[in-house]
Design a protein around this ligand. Structure first.
Ligand code: BGC
Length: 763
């Protein structure tokens, strides 16, 4: 413990000294951002300050408004999760987390409200910019990296929004109707992976219902899954205003309600305890978790309760934000052009280059809502070009951001000026993207198109100059298929934080080479997305009818075209992946796979490859995605250099959630191990044989013949019964309940034989 810090809080002593009234009061916020303090003889419970998150600290100043938005203390605005997701880089993301933790600590925070680990179910979700990926492995890893970084500074992270909060429409009430496999394998898996790799001190539950019960009072979610099955022991807080019924919420495992309920919840809790409806021991569990959190966070405060953190080096954090912005930018397209068939990027220098697009001067670098940060400084691409090249680059705004997202509000003079500039240039760097009004926390988009006036500008510019580099700033996916033929080069920069303008220019000029890879699929059309037609639901319910087919899992199942696949990203060099091998050790839940592959830089510049490992289980009792990302490795190589990467997988990489057994199951048999540079660029595939664990389920009278055949203990008897059936008959009989097989007397199987089979199969 650093010199001058408080003595450790004696949790049990404090708990014993607190009255029921005091304990109940501690379980709701004191105000919008603080927990209550209790100071009296022998009892000292300090308040904690909780503040957003997730990509910068938003410590509200006194003049913020009643929903906690408004002016906040300056803090570094790091790239949003959409951009951090595309880094696929846990080391870099941990460093961003550390910087977030340092700023949080210096501003006196105990808890930073982030990161978000919700899966990007649909590109229309207004809050996708706050989420990392459509894939639970990538999302879980990067969330863990942020949490580890934040908490290394003695500040708690709050992993949010737990769970199945994948849309903004009706987010405070909507019932997410999701089957168990989909929950476990996709939506909960992202949180589970993050929790197991980082142990966040707090988790924030979501507003919505999950299969009929609000997350805030969902005992299955908050106690059975989170604590009993995953073994996590931190504090659950509510999203702001997510508590509907405080007493069942306490019983479900929701420890802290935020913000204040002005005494109403405390009174309900006290009454319930006095009436015998709520055990005081349950209240004690929640208070103990709160005291535990206070003591974890108190290590960074001195005896006067003020932070012991050193001053933050904001210039260094801005540089880190710049590095992360470049790393999260994905080079989507870089086609050869002109007589020498050279790609436009990296730009060789200022000669003949002009910049068009208001975003180059007025960057769109963060999203709207609770994550909005008051940046310490703001880099624009225009300034960054001038810094890089020593003189200003010719510029025309081309469109205005003043009007709404769908109308063509650009004055003709503005467009003509831009077209004239483009006509005079060798290369046009055209900044396009979504205006702030198009996407935000609180609502979802209805389409994926860029604004009409920007597309009109692109059309006009393309008519006078074919050498266009499009740079995109948007928090969630936009469609490109309708316009990308006009731009030989496309860079997706997402919402890349306060230093984004500089980070993008670093990449365009080649100071930094592109390493970003897509953390989500870019679809050809909105109509192709898996949840099209089932988003955002109706009459208070959203059915996750696409099940496991989220993101690339959906497109791969159908063999459907995409604009750019999950995992994709170009570099300024080229790589070859070969010598792929996979070795299995262990059995069932103890199985492990070591995957190795050789990567060679076959191009002319240094660069980084992200080698991706996908697993498939082509033969299974249950439907499994064609391929699922299970691991990846980064390798940076000089031209001509080769290196062997190793990816270690545990049995979860092979398992599915067995809804009857209610546990993870490794079904024995052949699995494919695919290694490549994206989900659609598989360099090599090898097959491994895995010895599974026992996944037989008990038989009962209405089990089917298929289930009797699948159970190893009854398989031989079942095969005897069906052995004389032809293929068509077998298909029919396979789905007969065993009572029907017995009553039809197939191959002498009768009710007595059925009873014996049930006994043989065992519990
Ligand atoms: C958001 C949370 C945020 C909280 C506090 C809620 O509306 O959903 O992500 O942390 O407000 O601002």
């Amino acid at each position: 413990m650093p010199h001058g810090t408080l003595p450790a809080l004696d949790i049990e002593h404090t708990l014993a000294a607190l009255t029921l009234e005091e304990k109940a009061s501690l379980l709701s916020g004191h105000d919008f951002w603080n927990t209550p303090a209790i100071e009296r003889d022998g009892v000292h419970v300090p308040a904690m300050l909780l503040t957003d998150g997730p990509h910068g600290v938003r410590k509200q100043r006194a003049d913020g408004n009643e929903v906690g938005l408004g002016d906040s203390e300056p803090a570094t605005c790091f790239p949003t999760a959409a951009a951090l997701g595309s880094t696929w880089d846990t080391n870099l993301t941990t460093r961003v987390g550390e910087a977030l933790g340092r700023e949080a600590r210096t501003l006196g925070l105990s808890v930073l409200l982030g990161p978000g680990a919700n899966i990007k179910r649909d590109p229309r979700c207004g809050r996708n910019f706050e989420y990392l990926s459509e894939d639970p492995v990538l999302s879980g890893d990067l969330a863990a990296a942020l949490i580890n970084g934040i908490q290394s500074q003695g500040v708690a992270a709050s992993l949010k929004h737990f769970a199945a909060n994948n849309q903004e429409t009706d987010r405070m009430r909507v019932n997410a109707d999701v089957d168990q496999r989909t929950l476990r394998e996709i939506y909960l898996a992202s949180f589970e992976r993050a929790i197991k790799a980082s142990n966040p001190w707090t988790i924030m539950c979501s507003y919505n219902k999950i299969n009929g019960t609000y997350a805030s009072q969902n005992h299955w979610l908050l106690t059975e899954v989170l604590r009993e099955q995953w073994g996590w022991d931190g504090l659950v807080m509510s999203d702001w205003g997510a508590v509907r019924d405080r007493v069942p919420a306490v019983a479900a495992g929701l420890d802290l309600e935020m913000p204040s309920s002005w005494g109403r919840s405390a009174a309900l809790v006290i009454d319930a305890v006095r009436a015998g409806a709520l055990d005081e021991a349950v209240v004690d569990v929640a208070v103990r978790r709160l005291l535990d959190l206070i003591s974890k966070c108190a290590a960074v405060q001195d005896a006067a309760g003020t932070s012991t953190a050193p001053a933050v080096d904001h210039a260094a954090h801005h540089l880190l934000a710049r590095e992360a912005a470049a790393a999260g930018t994905v080079l989507l397209r870089n086609e050869p052009v002109g007589p020498d068939a050279a790609p436009l990027l990296p730009l060789a220098g200022p000669d003949g280059v002009v910049v068009i697009g208001e975003f180059a001067r007025t960057p769109r670098y963060q999203g709207a809502g609770s994550s909005q940060v008051n940046p310490t400084e703001l880099a624009t691409a225009l300034e960054a070009f001038a810094d890089a090249w020593g003189s200003p680059v010719p510029f025309a705004p081309g469109f205005t951001l003043a009007e709404g997202p769908t109308t063509d509000a650009t004055p003709e003079a503005l467009r003509s000026e831009a077209v004239a500039l483009a006509a005079s240039a060798a290369t046009v760097v055209l900044f396009l993207g979504l205006p702030a009004a198009a996407e935000s926390e609180g609502f979802d988009r209805t389409h994926l198109s860029l604004p009409v006036d920007q597309l009109a500008l692109l059309d006009a510019v393309a008519q006078v100059n074919a050498h266009i580099v499009a740079v995109l700033s948007n928090g969630a996916v936009v469609t490109l298929s309708e316009w990308q033929h006009q731009t030989p080069a496309i860079v997706e920069a997402w919402l890349s934080g306060q230093a984004g303008g500089a980070g993008i220019v670093d990449l365009l000029t080649g100071t930094v080479s592109p390493t970003g890879r897509l953390a989500e699929t870019l679809p050809v059309r909105l109509e192709d997305v898996p949840s099209f037609g089932a988003f955002p639901g109706e009459l208070g319910t959203v059915r996750y009818g696409e099940g496991l087919s989220v993101g690339y899992r959906h497109y791969d199942l159908r063999g459907a075209a995409v604009a750019y696949p999950f995992g994709f990203g170009l570099t300024y060099t080229s790589f070859a992946i070969d010598a792929v091998d996979a070795v299995v050790t262990g059995v069932g839940a103890h199985a492990a796979v070591t995957v190795t592959a050789r990567v060679t830089n076959t191009g002319g510049r240094a660069g980084t490859e992200v080698v991706q490992v996908y697993i498939g289980d082509p033969e299974s009792l249950v439907a499994r995605p064609v391929r699922e990302l299970k691991g990846y490795a980064r390798v940076t190589l000089e031209p001509g250099e080769a290196s062997t990467v190793t990816v270690e997988l545990d049995s979860r990489a092979l398992a599915y959630w067995h809804p009857t057994l209610e546990r993870w199951a490794v079904e024995g048999g052949a699995f494919t191990v695919e290694v490549g540079a994206s989900s659609r660029d598989i360099a090599a595939s090898v097959t491994i044989d895995v010895e599974g664990d026992d996944i037989s389920t008990p038989l009962h009278e209405l089990s089917t013949m298929r289930e009797m055949r699948a159970n190893p203990k009854t398989a031989a008897e079942a095969e005897r019964i069906v052995s004389h059936l032809d293929v068509g008959m077998l298909a029919m009989v396979d789905d007969f309940p065993l009572t029907v097989v017995a009553d039809f007397g197939i191959a002498g199987f009768d009710r007595a034989a059925l009873a014996r089979a049930i006994e043989t199969a065992g519990a």
